[in-house]
Structures are given as structure tokens and as C-alpha cells.
Design a protein. Structure first.
Length: 424
């Protein structure tokens, strides 16, 4: 079965145009101001917006090993509901994908259950323990890159060896940057809010100090280096300077760091994530970095946990929040509508640059392109209600927020994988 999308605004990469788009056999077959409808199921967009599917380069699907938190099926259904057609999944699993047999355990589940495209990361070190390199060469053809996400690689020699290997293999290192010796048992940002409310803080230096080290190593090795979930103004400045010097570095931040700061904290597990929500000045620096191109991607760091694991307040709850189903509605409502970020910039960071960095297919609506498409409704007011999530995770700081946009339909490989309402 093929589809014809008509009566909407089609993203051409730099602007929106009134075009018809025909899809068949998993591909876009024609784009024109007017197309014949014979043999195609017609979707009347009624002024909605057709874009290439979003990509999230930082997602925890929790399977194998932790299916009580999330499964590949529930996580990818959540992705589809958020308008995502591809996610890159992190390796803090059981078994950790640190060699081909362990990776294959995950790939088998992906092939069986995923409703959108999933490309995993391989671990940098064995068991993500930081003591010996993983079998990077065996995994390289099957992974997006290498990461020990959830843990910073503490040894400079180990990270240098990883970068040298990744450079030879033509794969990026995606680094969770955290100096363990600077964490000091913190649970929120080490700022005014933490001091006023008596919580132990996590200093920004724990993040930017390791970024500083890794940028030096990337310069020495020539490795493609991607920094995960930056949260601090110093991190933005370091990466901006590295890019000006021509280093092969890219980075991401999360929706929560762009929209919230530590002034918004409540003593509730749904506000606990790693890195933590930082100061208003950090948030402003991140927005500036988004606008000037320092920040390449907005990634959710979707990290589901059980309700019990998130029920222990800021001190005792597990680190991590969910984000796949809330990212676009929150970002559009909080950043685009008030005029802080142009829609084109937001789409670039959700669609174009993630694919460019990791060499992923798609990203355009043109004949021959994969039919990975998302219909956006920019007039869909609703209140974020975690009870309705596809994800098994429910912890989000955006619960109860009134938002004004949503993904209406998601098409992956030419198949409808999510539909918010009856669109035809």
C-alpha cells in the first residue's frame, strides 16, 4: 500500500512548501505541487506540517537486562509517539555489549520488536568498568559508535587508547563526561537552590573538567568525538572553542536543560537526572549554544525506571527521566512559540545534524529518500499526562505542563507506526 500526503506544509530542508508527497514500498516516490491519487491512500493534512522523522542519538531502551524499566517494544513505541523514526540506544545493559556475542543478544531483540529504526552503541570498555577496552573492532560495523554512558572513563590512558581505536575503525566516541572524584555524593546542581534546601551538590566542574581532557585527546588522536548531554556553561564554551579550532567535535543537550533550571526543582524523583538541572545562567548559555551552532543535537537521554525507583525523592531516587514522548511538544511550546528558538533551528537539531554526525539515512523529503516521516500538529493543545505514555517509565519533570503541539502521525520505512488521531 502506498500513501499520498496532501494539503499540508512540507519541509524542504530550509523552508516549508505546499507540496504533495507520494510514498510507496518504503520510499518517497514523488514530490510535487499536485500528484495523482490513484492507487494511494490519501492523508489530508489539513494544514499540518510534514517533516522527516526525528532522530534521538541518546536513548536507553533497557533491554536486555532491565525489561522491568523498559523494553525495546515499549521504548520504540514511545519514540514513534514522539515523532522519532530512529534512535541510538545506549549500552548500559546486561549483558553489556562489549563484544560481538553480547551485541548480538541486543540486535536479535531489536530485529524482533523495534517499531522504529534502532542503532545501538557498543561499550568503550569491558563491562563499562573502565579497565580494559571492549572488542571495538568486532562491533564497529554494527554500531553507531562507542560509549560507556552512565560512567565517565576515568583513565586518560584508557580514553586515549579508545580514541585511537575508534579513529582506526571510523567510528565516533560518544562520551559521558564525569569526574568521579568531584561528585562528592551530590544529587542536584551545586548551586543556590541546593544550599538553600540542604541538598548535597554536583559541581559543574565534574562535567567540564573531563570534556577539557577529552578535547585535548581528540586533538591528539583525530578521533571523532561526541559529547553527551552537556549541561554547564563551561562545557558550551570549551566545545565552542574546540570547533573554532577545527577539532572533530560535536555535542548534544537535552530538552530539560534548555527549558528548566535548578530554580524549578522539587524534592521529587522526576526532577533527578545526571547531569542535574543547573543554574539559570547555564540554561541561557545552552540556548546561546543552540542558536550559534555549538550544540548539534537535542537528545532526550530517555532513561526509564520503575515507579518504585523514582519514588524516593531527590536524595534516594535513581538518576534519569523519560523524554521521547514529551520532547517536541515541550520544545515547541517553551522555545519556539515565545520566539526564543526558530522552528527551523529546532528541526535542524532533531532531524539533520544527528543524521550527519552518525552517517544515518534520510533527513530529506525527496524522491528515493526513505519514507521515515512525521506529521506535526502545531495546534494540538494538551496537558502532559504520564499515565498515557507508551513508555514504561513515567518520571518526567514536565508532568502537568500544558503544551500546544504534538506528533500526529509517524511513518517508518513507509509503514504507519503511530497515529494520534484519524488523519485520512
Amino acid at each position: 500500500m502506498g500513501y499520498l500526503f496532501t494539503g499540508g506544509h512540507v519541509w524542504t530542508g530550509s523552508a516549508f512548501q505546499a507540496l504533495d508527497v507520494a510514498v510507496r514500498d518504503g520510499r518517497v516516490v514523488s514530490v510535487s505541487p499536485s500528484l495523482p491519487r490513484e492507487g494511494l491512500e490519501v492523508f489530508q493534512l489539513n494544514g499540518r506540517w510534514l517533516v522527516p522523522g526525528f532522530v534521538d542519538v541518546h536513548v536507553h531502551l533497557r533491554e536486555p537486562g532491565f525489561s522491568y524499566k523498559e523494553t525495546i517494544l515499549t521504548g520504540t513505541r514511545a519514540a514513534a509517539a514522539g515523532g522519532y523514526t530512529q534512535v541510538l540506544s545506549m549500552p548500559n545493559l546486561s549483558p553489556v555489549p562489549d563484544g560481538l556475542p553480547q551485541l548480538e543478544a541486543q540486535l536479535g531483540l531489536i530485529r524482533r520488536d523495534a517499531v522504529v529504526r534502532v542503532l545501538p552503541y557498543g561499550a568503550i570498555t569491558r563491562g563499562e568498568q573502565g579497565e580494559a577496552l571492549s572488542d571495538m573492532a568486532a562491533m564497529a560495523p554494527l554500531v553507531a559508535g562507542f560509549s560507556d554512558d552512565g560512567r565517565g572513563v576515568q583513565s586518560e590512558a584508557m580514553m586515549r587508547g579508545a580514541m585511537e581505536a575508534a579513529k582506526r575503525l571510523g567510528r565516533p566516541i560518544a562520551a559521558h563526561c564525569e569526574v568521579n572524584g568531584l561528585l562528592r555524593g551530590g544529587c542536584v546542581h551545586d548551586g543556590d537552590w541546593a544550599r538553600a534546601h540542604g541538598f548535597p551538590g554536583i559541581c559543574s566542574e565534574s562535567e567540564w573538567r573531563q570534556i577539557e581532557r577529552d578535547l585535548r585527546l581528540a586533538e591528539e588522536t583525530g578521533c571523532q568525538y561526541h559529547v553527551c548531554h552537556i549541561s554547564a556553561k563551561e562545557s558550551v564554551a570549551l566545545i565552542r572553542d574546540a570547533k573554532r579550532r577545527g577539532l572533530p567535535v560535536t555535542c548534544e543537550t537535552g530538552p530539560h536543560y534548555l527549558v528548566l533550571c535548578d530554580e524549578d526543582l522539587q524534592d521529587d524523583g522526576r526532577f533527578k537526572m545526571n547531569p542535574p538541572l543547573r543554574s539559570r545562567a547555564d540554561r541561557e548559555a545552552l540556548l546561546e549554544g543552540l542558536l550559534d551552532g555549538t550544540i548539534d543535537c537535542i537528545a532526550t537521554d530517555h532513561a526509564p525506571h520503575s515507579a518504585e525507583e523514582k519514588s524516593r525523592g531527590l536524595r534516594g531516587s535513581a538518576m534519569g527521566i523519560v523524554g521521547l514522548e514529551t520532547a517536541f511538544p515541550v520544545l515547541y511550546t517553551a522555545l519556539v512559540q515565545p520566539g526564543l528558538v526558530p522552528l527551523e533551528v529546532l528541526l535542524d537539531r532533531l532531524i539533520v545534524r544527528p543524521r550527519r554526525i552518525f552517517g544515518l539515512p534520510g533527513g530529506e523529503i525527496a524522491p528515493g529518500a526513505p519514507a521515515d516521516l512525521t506529521v506535526l500538529d502545531l495546534d494540538a493543545p494538551h496537558i502532559i499526562d504520564p499515565a498515557g505514555f507508551f513508555s514504561r517509565g513515567r518520571a518526567t519533570p514536565f508532568a502537568g505542563m500544558e503544551v500546544s503541539a504534538a506528533a500526529a502521525l509517524t511513518l517508518c520505512r513507509g509503514e504507519i507506526v503511530f497515529q494520534r488521531e484519524a488523519t485520512p
